[in-house]
Design a protein. Structure first.
Length: 173
């Protein structure tokens, strides 16, 4: 299992980097779109109707993909006071339980996102002309990536190679 994890870790690192860059580009694009909306409203006296739904779509993408990167790098907030006071064995059980729940949550988010997208695909987002199900695609992708990254960490903790901190340091270099 350890050899398998070492083999797929570079691919997961590239996926993480892609998610992070995509999130950053989405944040910048949303900022520019909102800036254009404000300029159009107050200077041109003509608010672009497409700006709000498009910026909300971008926000969904960068929030969910950025959250997935946070899962992989173990940077989300948590109440560690109880964990740090426990024995190493209990800490491991707590980590495995937490990561297992995150895997289930990400998979459920993705599954129900598929159901929502399929159920609303025939509707149309009026201003953009896109199928309504497009609104739920960030749930599908974000949930899937969250589940994958949490599963990676779960396996690492399970086999005793919790490398979340070293992954962040190595990829930053």
């Amino acid at each position: 299992m350890s050899r398998f994890m070492r083999a797929i870790r570079p691919m997961l690192g590239r996926l993480s980097k892609f998610c992070l860059y995509f999130s950053g580009i989405g944040l910048v694009a949303m900022t520019l779109i909102i800036g254009w909306q404000i300029f159009g409203r107050y200077v041109l006296n003509d608010t672009p109707a497409w700006s709000e739904p498009l910026s909300l779509q971008l926000m969904s993408w960068f929030i969910l993909l950025g959250s997935a990167v946070g899962v992989r790098e173990s940077v989300h907030l948590g109440l560690d006071i109880v964990r740090h006071g426990a024995s190493p064995r209990i800490q491991r059980v707590m980590d495995l339980s937490s990561l297992g729940l995150i895997v289930i949550f990400g998979a459920a988010m993705s599954y129900y996102g598929v159901l929502l997208a399929a159920g609303t695909w025939t509707a149309t987002i009026p201003v953009l002309g896109w199928p309504g199900g497009v609104d739920y695609l960030p749930l599908v992708a974000g949930g899937l990536v969250i589940a994958i990254f949490a599963l990676e960490r779960f396996i690492d903790v399970f086999i005793g190679e919790d490398v979340a901190a070293s992954v962040v340091i190595q990829e930053a270099a």
